[in-house]
Design a protein around this ligand. Sequence first.
Ligand code: CP
Ligand code: NVA
Length: 308
Amino acid sequence: MRSFLDLRQTAPEEIRGILAQAAAMKAARAGRAKGASDDVQPLKDRMVALIFEKPSTRTRASFDVGVRQMGGETLVLTGKEMQLGHGETIADTARVLSRYVDLIMIRTFDEASLNELAEHASVPVINGLTDASHPCQIMADVMTFEEKRGSIAGRKVAWLGDGNNVCASFLHAAGQLGFDFTFCGPPNLDPAAPAVAFARERGSKVAIERDPARAVEGADLVVTDTWVSMHDAVSTRERRHNQLRPYQVDARLMGRAGPGALFMHCLPAHRGEEVTSEVMDGPASVVFDEAENRLHAQKAIMRWCLGV
Ligand code: CP
Ligand code: NVA
């Protein structure tokens, strides 16, 4: 039994194994449309709980569909409607759910809640986003990059804007898979220091750059995310927008990135804020491939957790 909590805890060869299985399952699914069979049902008779303490479109839909494609069933639970939202402890919730289901995916606030759930559950737990990380997203992003451009090892990723949860998981992946990472945003929104340190300790070149044009120079991939994450106080919205406006990804900035540079965004995007529609809908953008690959990557993550 293995939980998928944080890319720092998943060894590079395990990450590589999951990515390979994701690609194989995606190919099998595509073959099925052409008449071949992908009737492997590794989750037959298994029940997966999907807990959401924050909103979601992609994570909810892709996990739900992924489980069903593998022959399993899902139980979608919303934080506020659970006793968890009314005083029951996360540890007791973990103990109870473990008696009903084979796997738990949770989207929550504090990373500590995720870890407490995993500690007290007797079934594997998957991180579907916390305030501090979003590892499933980055598995899909690496898969997408490698489908289009080959191995991400030794490449340069430039992140524009807020050094948030998705940015931290990107740094974890940089350390595990050996690519370089440049962060570009205002100093008070720098990525978490432990994430930067992890990538550097593993040999990645991590640069903190304040000038967007310099940050994207030679980049193979340009990434951004919303300026206001779900865990950010609404009262900080105006300040964040004012601070982050200079880091918008527009066509001019993409034009300064390396030749053939791709554009990624985990979505939901706020067109006209962190990215222009011209870039979102332009030739460098692979945002909908990223969204699709959530499905394939997470199917492989669930199989890895369950060893099936
Ligand atoms: N990218 C992502 O996790 O999207 P959702 O918030 O819609 O799940
Ligand atoms: N950084 C964003 C990602 C959403 C998928 C948030 O946490 O709201």
